[in-house]
Design a protein. Structure first.
Length: 185
């Protein structure tokens, strides 16, 4: 399968987030996606959150990458990656009512179909994927129940992902399926 990759270097200035959004929007339109398409808006929000996290929390420049499968926007998945030079792993926080920050990775978790991170050089790469096609009724997530051996609460699933370090990633998912916190083991 052929993959189209585009990338933008982002400076360590929070004003660069707006430039990254404008660049991403123009690339999505150039790939054949409509500007007002819900998928485009979701991708722009995800890009905004990931670039903001990289620039604000690391104080380092970053590289934004967008990857499209063969056929560009018509293909199934769009992948967004943001690489920075900080080795500090991402930390998903849970913002409280009036908090003005701490929601970035919660938004990524809620909007992306998949997300994670991996070491890259002396830093890391945080990525997320959004499927272009809506899953059919047979593909809907059915949360585990007591019949599956869970008594409610958190279910733990080991997922092997192609990570250069050979580490696996654990996904914690409440039995109601409402969240999927990703941690690197």
């Amino acid at each position: 399968m052929q993959v189209l990759q585009m990338q933008l270097e982002v400076g360590a200035d929070p004003a660069e987030v707006g430039r990254a959004r404008r660049w991403a929007r123009s690339r999505l339109i150039g790939s054949g996606m409509n500007e007002d398409e819900p998928l485009a808006e979701t991708l722009i929000l995800l890009i905004s959150e990931l670039v903001t996290n990289a620039v604000v929390h690391t104080g380092c420049p970053a590289v934004l990458r967008m990857l499209f499968g063969s056929g560009a926007a018509e293909a199934g998945t769009v992948r967004v990656e943001v690489a920075d030079t900080s080795a500090r792993p991402p930390c998903q926080r849970h913002a409280l009512g009036e908090d003005t920050n701490g929601r970035g990775l919660e938004l990524v978790d809620g909007l992306a179909d998949r997300w994670g991170w991996q070491p890259e050089g002396s830093g890391k790469r945080i990525w997320c994927e959004v499927d272009r096609c809506e899953p059919g009724p047979s593909a809907e997530y059915e949360p585990p129940t007591a019949a599956h051996g869970l008594n409610g609460g958190i279910g733990r699933y080991a997922v092997d992902l192609p990570v250069a370090t050979g580490r696996s990633v654990d996904v914690d998912r409440p039995a109601d399926g409402s969240s999927k916190a990703v941690t690197q083991a």
